[in-house]
Design a protein. Structure first.
Length: 218
């Protein structure tokens, strides 16, 4: 295991949430005014607050999607998975570390990163991510990567799908749709194959498209 990565992981665990919470509190009013958010739900079950460890997934069509997610699920601290390119530069690294983002190399996910995410989930934290793997700039939901399924399965935690509707103008309210929690462990056996993981990822992709269909009606 890379020594530098281990040191970063230890620093991340020691870092408190004071600056995170301060930034979140000071941004509440601007975000409420900016988004005028309209939350929709796929079912009564989806209306329940997300408690304990979970992975929150969403489509990714714009740079401010993380802020939209934080505004929609305002009652939780989010630990976003962000690609290593976003950490380049001292200022950006400092900002991403303040907000407890988890650095990941999407071309080569090492075991330490995987363990960090699983530890977060087992510790009752909310890990937020964009399973398309990149920003799409479109309203279509691209194919999901299956890594999130293995993470959730290993931690024995659910995955909560969410769809962010792309706004046509700044005057338009931001619409988001939340779906029901999905537990991969309920869909997989004790020793799932890679093909099984892909099937669950495909199922989650279909659920995301269903959320899009709800959003398109508003």
């Amino acid at each position: 295991m890379n020594k530098t990565i281990m040191e970063k992981s230890k620093k991340s665990r020691k870092r408190g949430y004071f600056l995170y919470d301060f930034g979140k509190i000071t941004a509440v009013i601007p975000c409420l005014l900016w988004y005028r958010m309209k939350r929709l739900y796929a079912s009564p079950e989806a209306k329940k607050k997300i408690k304990g460890g979970a992975i929150l997934i969403s489509n990714h069509s714009g740079n401010v999607d993380p802020i939209a997610i934080m505004t929609a699920v305002w009652y939780r601290r989010h630990h976003f998975i962000a690609t290593k390119e976003l950490f380049e530069g001292k200022l950006k690294r400092c900002m991403f570390e303040i907000f407890h983002c988890i650095e990941i190399d999407r071309d080569n996910v090492d075991m330490n990163t995987f363990r960090t995410i699983v530890d977060h989930l087992k510790g009752g934290k909310l890990v937020s991510m964009f399973p398309e793997g990149h920003m799409t700039h479109t309203e279509e939901v691209q194919k999901f990567k299956s890594g999130m399924v293995l993470m959730a399965f290993t931690a024995k935690k659910p995955i909560v799908p969410m769809y962010i509707k792309k706004r046509k103008s700044l005057w338009q309210r931001q619409v988001v749709v939340l779906g029901e929690p999905i537990d991969p462990a309920d869909m997989l056996g004790k020793m799932p194959s890679l093909a099984d993981m892909y099937k669950v990822a495909a199922y989650l992709h279909e659920q995301e498209r269903a959320l899009k269909a709800i959003a398109d009606q508003h």
